[in-house]
Design a protein around this ligand. Structure first.
Ligand code: SF4
Length: 169
């Protein structure tokens, strides 16, 4: 496609990002009693995602939340590749036997003050995978969860609402 064709396509397409007013302010998230987001994370929080045993459904919704339509970065949340760079640990899936230690190591490697966000029904009660021989427990069995996003999978709006409780933007 030529440059002029590309510019014409961009002009025809226009903005695809959901306006902030279209995002629910009271999405169905569960915030731990007494949780106060660290002041130093106001406006900007780096997020390390850990798949502790997900079916990848929740990952698709996280990808959507950070994609061009929902654009979580405009609220100050940004995915990072290392827990050493992170403020928030976002966990998906049940905690499988093989992922229990890596999950704990990731949480340990994240500097304080940190926030733990669990995403999806698997992270609280094990969801569809309850009772499996491969499951060591849910995320609540391993750490204190500050914000939980219910749903199987949760919608991108709810994931964004959870991150906005930390960045408060
Ligand atoms: S909550 Fe649902 S979509 Fe998410 S990892 Fe579990 S089974 Fe998959």
């Amino acid at each position: 496609m030529s440059i002029t064709g590309l510019i014409a396509l961009i002009a025809r397409t226009g903005r695809v990002t959901e306006p902030v007013s279209a995002l629910p302010t009271e999405a169905a998230i569960e915030v731990r009693d007494g949780f106060v987001p660290p002041k130093c994370l106001r406006g900007s929080a780096q997020v390390r995602h850990v798949d502790a045993g997900s079916c990848n459904g929740c990952e698709i919704e996280i990808a959507a939340a950070f994609g061009p339509v929902y654009d979580a970065e405009r609220f100050g949340a940004r995915l990072v590749a290392s827990p050493r760079h992170a403020d928030v640990v976002a966990v998906t899936g049940v905690v499988t036997v093989n992922m229990a230690d890596p999950l704990l190591n990731t949480i340990e490697a994240t500097p304080n003050p940190k926030v733990v966000v669990s995403i999806g029904d698997c992270t609280r009660g094990c969801g569809l995978f309850a009772g499996s021989y491969a499951v060591a427990g849910d995320v609540d069995d391993f750490t204190t969860v500050d914000v939980h996003v219910p749903g199987c999978p949760p919608e991108p709006e709810a994931i964004i609402a959870a991150l906005r409780t930390v960045t408060r933007r």
